[in-house]
Design a protein around this ligand. Structure first.
Ligand code: ATP
Ligand code: MG
Length: 349
């Protein structure tokens, strides 16, 4: 029997509640399909940062490296600035393991209230290692009338090409339609370069129809007519904004999954729900586990078990469609545990 070795970082807040739910579900899926897991848990978190002054130990990346995948709950805590959890854990892992694709599927499930009335089934492909989130720049003349801040964005041919190739290939496996997010009318160096590379890559994927939209218009269309989109590819910043917007349109941030993928598989990929540690509801057992369970399903697919992954997502869809069991963020009263039990009940051998 295949055993997958998974590094598990439950993190903080509701990360500690939704992670066990997700792991139980993938284990159940494994029992049905004849594979197993060995989980190694790491307590890297804002809690650890408070205790020891760092989110992770110095040899953290070495320790993660040999695993088949990483599962992350959520990191963040009141009083710890976001940049500590971002730059102390998420960004080093994404960069060191070349997880340059951030994949965020968005679906409007039957039975979910949405601000829009439309069928939604799309994937946002976000560039995950360069772009607008760079440390290059600085502040000058602090406190003076001439005060200024400069922030550089970094777009490399290699970095943009690889994420575009991933997105075009994904589009060809889905409906064959790709939308590129841009703003080359206002940003005159980086985004025209991005557009040129899109055209270049498109030539190598003649089976994919593609369009480009300026980010402002794209946000409006995503709300007004989300059904027309399938794969949307964007830079680090644009992809971030689009996936939160799309997740909100599809009902609740508690539903949204994500994968930080290393498509070459020379390093582990990392799977995590889109939501944060949600300190306002942490510790009460009421968090929606769907984002975490769906992220774990993406991990199953990455590990070579697409049928098992589909069954997990189908179980979530079936429970939501039935309509009698929902967590509070979706207007129900079910606990994390009750919802998870319902998923497990549909996955028994
Ligand atoms: P962090 O600082 O870790 O990013 P946050 O509070 O800024 O945390 P989220 O954790 O994403 O951001 O929470 C935003 C809102 O959505 C909160 O009100 C939270 O309670 C709610 N929320 C997030 N995830 C869930 C979930 N899984 N189930 C229910 N509600 C959720
Ligand atoms: Mg937050």
């Amino acid at each position: 029997m295949t055993t997958h070795h998974i590094a598990v970082i439950p993190g903080d807040g509701i990360g500690l509640e939704v992670t066990p739910a997700a792991l139980e579900v993938v284990q159940a899926a494994g029992r049905r399909h004849g594979f197993g897991f060995r989980f190694t848990e790491f307590d890297w978190s804002c809690e650890r940062y408070r205790r020891e002054g760092a989110m992770m130990p110095p040899d953290a990346l070495e320790r993660l490296r040999g695993h088949d995948a990483i599962f992350l709950g959520a990191v963040g805590a009141p009083g710890v600035p976001d940049h500590v959890s971002l730059w102390g854990l998420l960004i080093p892992i994404r960069r060191a393991f070349r997880q340059y694709v951030n994949l965020r599927p968005v679906r409007l499930f039957e039975g979910i209230e949405s601000p829009v009335r439309a069928a939604i089934d799309l994937v946002v492909v976000r560039e995950n290692t360069e772009g607008e989130y760079s440390e290059i720049g600085g502040r000058m003349n602090r406190g003076f009338p001439e005060e200024m801040a400069v922030q550089e964005a970094v777009f490399t041919r290699a970095g943009v090409t690889r994420v575009l190739d991933y997105a075009f290939t994904l589009a060809s496996r889905r409906t064959g339609y790709l939308t590129s997010a841009t703003k080359s009318n206002g940003i005159v160096h980086t985004l025209p370069f991005w557009d040129e590379l899109v055209r270049e890559r498109a030539a190598d994927h003649p089976n994919v129809r593609w369009d480009q939209e300026h980010i402002d218009a794209l946000c409006a269309k995503l709300v007004l007519e989300p059904s027309r989109f399938d794969v949307i590819v964007g830079s680090n910043l644009f992809g971030d904004i689009l996936s939160d917007l799309a997740a909100a349109v599809a009902g609740s941030i508690g539903l949204a999954p994500s994968a930080n993928l290393n498509p070459e598989r020379d390093f582990p990929s990392m799977f995590e729900p889109v939501h944060g540690s949600a300190p306002d509801i942490a510790g009460r057992g009421v968090a929606n586990p769907i984002g975490a369970i769906w992220s774990a399903a993406m991990m199953l697919e990455h590990l070579g078990h697409p049928a098992a992954a589909d069954e997990v997502v189908a179980a979530i869809a079936a429970i939501l469609a039935k309509g009698d069991l929902r967590t509070r963020d979706l207007g129900g009263t079910a606990s994390t545990e009750q919802f998870t039990r319902a998923v497990l009940a549909l996955l028994t051998p």
